[in-house]
Design a protein. Sequence first.
Length: 357
Amino acid sequence: MLTTVNNDNSFSAFSDCNSDRSAEFSTPSSETRRLLIACAADNSDEFIPHLVLNLHSCSIEDQKQATMEIRLLAKNKEENRVKIAKAGAIKPLVSLLSSSSDLQLQEYVVTAILNLSLCDENKDLINSSGAVEPLVVALETGTPTAKENAACALLRLSRREEDKVAIGRAGAIPPLVKLLEGGGLRGKKDAATALYAVCSAKENKVRAVRAGVMRALVELMADLGSSMVDKAVYVVSVVVGVVEGRAALVDEGGIPVLVEIVEVGTQRQKEIAVGVLLQICEESWVYRTMVAREGAIPPLVAFSQSQSHSHSNRPRHKRGSKLKLLFIRYCWCTWEQAEKLIELLRQPRSGNGAGRS
């Protein structure tokens, strides 16, 4: 049985993937000025039906304007997200996303859908309206901002296991991996966050491996000075849950990188790297040998001692806070993982199988 990496606090390593971070409007129209006033005055009710009507306009400029304004209304106010959805905006937005070849309109629609998806009440309607497939198209073909916001929207729509499976089957994994490889820093963070979420589904782990995710992740982990190390290690910790993921990690040179992280990484990076190394070593003496040859035992011993010290110096009073108790439990779990891995690495080679599972 493979050990599961402790991911209770993992999302603190990722970007928030909240509403769009792009600038709003460089030269606001009179309509947009009125909208800004309406937002400030909390008087959006009279504007929303008009905006939804304009989504059906034959004029692409009217569609763009309406979409931009819906995006703005939905950006920061939960009540507006509910009102916009109840006014019937989601289906025409999805229709525009599916049918328009205009990249600017595509970007506006993707961002509007992202902002609307921040409301849990809207997620099922967005999914059932067929938004996933056109969001994947935007992820493949859109502007840099559209790609980032499409990745965030897909993350927000992946609450349930069946949603994650549907996103994977719609073809989202390869363009997410491409964004992880070639996007800007914001795009890499958004792609990593989305991959971490959707790859909890087993079939998506395999898709990610086939799309070449391990090469990108190992490269990101190896750059210890970057802000992507934590995110990359967390995604690796999910993908190595399948045989293909463990094999790809080893083939891409991940073992020496993980050992280096255990030696010189931050505390959180060390904790997750130890968990990943334990996962790949538990059922394969071949991998244990490779890890031991990389000199993993001394930094693992040092890590184990530091975790033991944290545990032994825990607060002594009887009624410690819940946070302190969680910290004690976490230190104990990571110490156990390190000790188990050290024990595995010190065992003599046994068995005749050359298994790489």
